[in-house]
Design a protein around this ligand. Sequence first.
Ligand SMILES: C[S@@+](CC[C@H](N)C(=O)[O-])C[C@H]1O[C@@H](n2cnc3c(N)ncnc32)[C@H](O)[C@@H]1O
Length: 333
Amino acid sequence: MTDAALSADQQQPAEPAVLDDVPGWFWEHDRHLFDWFLGRQEKAGLSGDLLEMGAYLGRSAIVIGEHLQAGETFTVCDLFDSDAPDDDNAAEMDMSYRRTLTRTAFESNYLSFHDRLPEIVQAPTSALAGGRVPPGAFRFVHIDASHLFEHVAGDLQVARAALAPEGVVVLDDYRSAHTPGVAAATWEAVLNHGLRPIVLTEAKFYATWGDPEAAQLDLLAHRGTLPRCDMTNEMIAAHRVVRIGGSSDGAEPFRVSRHHARLTVEAERRELARAAEEALRGAERERDEALRDLAERRTRAAERRRPVNVAKRAVGDLLPPVVTSALRRARRG
Ligand SMILES: C[S@@+](CC[C@H](N)C(=O)[O-])C[C@H]1O[C@@H](n2cnc3c(N)ncnc32)[C@H](O)[C@@H]1O
């Protein structure tokens, strides 16, 4: 999560039409890089399970689930509506997620884009430790749950055990001002536990316990994954680090949900009804104005026809102007 938490009153549409309708913290560069990494593994014939720790309302899970191949499992672990395992984690949950997050909302969003739910572990991510996930069976792990150092360090250990040698781990919020625990756990894993960076975006840290070089060379050869992105290539403590940033223009939008066509027709109908209603109100306003105008003109004509006014006009017309003004002066005096 790179921004402050979503505002408390942010309401998600009951039926998302597009990925952006699903609240969350998953931006275009990363959506595109997830597709790139997962697609690259698929092209290379690599098979393996997928894991997300911290799904919130499903924005990133929906994209990961798009890459599930036959015979693979996608596991999502999140507290959803359950209690946090400690007070600090409970405070994080209260501050950022409690008012908007339910497992039902996650499931409804996910099923708007996919036919089947992933395997859901509704528990602290620590429940995945100790062999709950098959070791070496995964090709992609996204760590985006608690931002507290101890939790992230534990999540990294789960990821390390779960991933196959060529597997990719992605850490969210490795450099945000409000998540120093993630930064500490991430670089600690690099400096002390063999994690090797592949590429960094503003929000996420892509790495592997295998060999990062082939993916890095691919990125460098193609100048990133998007036509207008910026790329840098530097060494940090003997690790090559590629960074991608800048514009995410040119990213193909994620496919629409199963509700999109119906919601579009409904929105068009609402727009037509609104335009018709507005036209009707406009016509009524014009008719009322015309009636008011007519009534005023009739009143003025009737006024002119009153006998006293007719006489006044006749006198004015008949007497010479000198007499008329003398009469007016006399009346005023
Ligand atoms: C930043 S959000 C995830 C955002 C999501 N990946 C997206 O793209 O929108 C963090 C999620 O982690 C969950 N979470 C926080 N602490 C957790 C813990 N100890 N175990 C499991 N899930 C946790 C929260 O319920 C929340 O849904």
